[in-house]
Ligand binder design. Structure first.
Ligand code: ACO
Length: 332
């Protein structure tokens, strides 16, 4: 019996114009360009303009993916958007993007998934399942964030890490054939006992953080070194799981497209895979940790500059708050 799998037919990404460099940050908190760069690999991040929303970033990335795929946007029948910094508490940012793309008329479903920095991997896995189940045939999958809006700009342990951006892909249902291009497998996990290590300090139901009189519903808080250890462990396990599930040896992989959180975490995953850094797509230097947007931004960068070529095997992975982590194996 023939099987349907999703194929990536277009990618796009967008970074806001405003740059915030390490040197700029050193004027705001007690830090230095040298500390940030050696500990994280980040040189600058982008900050959304006032009034520029997550849906705006997502819509530009989506338009670029639609253009690359050369499709009529009206043929899209599902939008899944990974974010933890959506425009509003509701509606879903995906529905706002649907409207901004001018494709609401056919009333297809559009919804968000929240898995912090793993948001795109969870969105991709959801879209993959919809396509395999025959419930969608052309899916817009997006990762988009305005992390700058939940930063505590007085906390040097977190504000140096994050930035804003968006990335998108178009998935299309295709008949599976031997070695055909498409999503081969996705793997996602959550372990909900680590709230205190990485969360926001307040929220809709929890309310504003106690003893903090600043406006808003709290800021991102993180015990960075503990998160670091867990991320290295979980990502090591998930790359093994992905290779084993597909009976593959690590040397068969052509590219690693990792979540861009910290160069040291990326190096540790690459070492486990015995991959030289020249086979790892690195964009962290230019935009920092854009949470759910980071993997699709890195993927789009390497597709557009020609590094990723047809037939190659690509491993995507991410780790984030929850904890959550995920991977996807793709034949380009
Ligand atoms: N500038 C200068 N010094 C600093 C800074 C800074 N910006 N931040 C912390 N320090 C200091 C600390 O106060 C500490 O000083 P002390 O030794 O006097 O106490 C020292 O540097 C070391 O601090 P650590 O936190 O142990 O530094 P570490 O090497 O772990 O680097 C970092 C911190 C970069 C945050 C790292 O832990 C990290 O990247 N963690 C993982 C982040 C991540 O992957 N998150 C997951 C995704 S996020 C999401 O899901 C939304």
């Amino acid at each position: 019996m023939s099987q349907i799998i999703p194929k990536i037919i277009g990618t796009g990404s967008y970074l806001p114009e405003k740059r915030l460099t390490n040197i700029d940050l050193a004027k705001m908190v007690d830090t230095s360009d040298e500390w940030i760069f050696t500990r994280t690999g980040i040189q600058e991040r982008r900050i959304a303009a006032e009034g520029e929303l997550t849906s705006d970033l997502a819509t530009i990335a989506a338009k670029r993916a639609i253009e690359a795929a050369d499709i009529d946007p009206a043929t899209i029948d599902l939008i899944v958007l990974g974010t933890c910094s959506g425009d509003f508490t509701f509606p879903a940012t995906a529905t706002i993007v649907q409207d901004k793309l001018g494709i609401s008329a056919t009333k297809f479903p559009a919804f968000d998934v929240t898995a912090a920095c793993s948001g795109f991997m969870f969105a991709l896995s959801t879209a993959d399942a919809y396509i395999r189940a025959g419930m969608a045939s052309r899916v817009l999958v997006i990762g988009a964030e305005t992390m700058s809006r939940i930063m505590d700009w007085t906390d040097r342990g977190t504000c140096i890490l994050f930035g804003d951006g968006a990335g998108a892909i178009i998935l299309e249902a295709t008949q599976k054939e031997e070695n055909c291009s498409g999503v081969i497998s996705t793997h996602i996990h959550s372990e909900g006992s680590y709230l205190k290590l990485l969360q926001t300090s307040g929220g809709i139901s929890a309310g504003p953080p106690e003893g903090d009189n600043r406006p808003g519903l709290g800021f991102l808080t993180m015990q960075g070194n503990e998160v670091f250890k867990q991320a290295v462990k979980a990502l090591g396990q998930i790359v093994d799981e992905t290779l084993e599930a597909n009976n593959l040896k690590r040397e068969q992989l052509d590219w690693l497209v990792p979540h861009q959180a910290n160069i040291r975490i990326i190096k540790s995953t690459a070492k486990r895979l015995k991959m030289n850094l020249d086979r790892v797509v690195l964009t962290i230097e230019k935009h920092g940790n854009t949470s759910a947007a980071s993997v699709p931004i890195a993927l789009d960068t390497a597709v557009r500059d020609g590094r990723i070529q047809p037939g190659q095997l690509i491993l995507l992975e991410a780790f984030g708050g929850g904890f959550t982590w995920g991977s996807a194996l793709i034949r380009w």
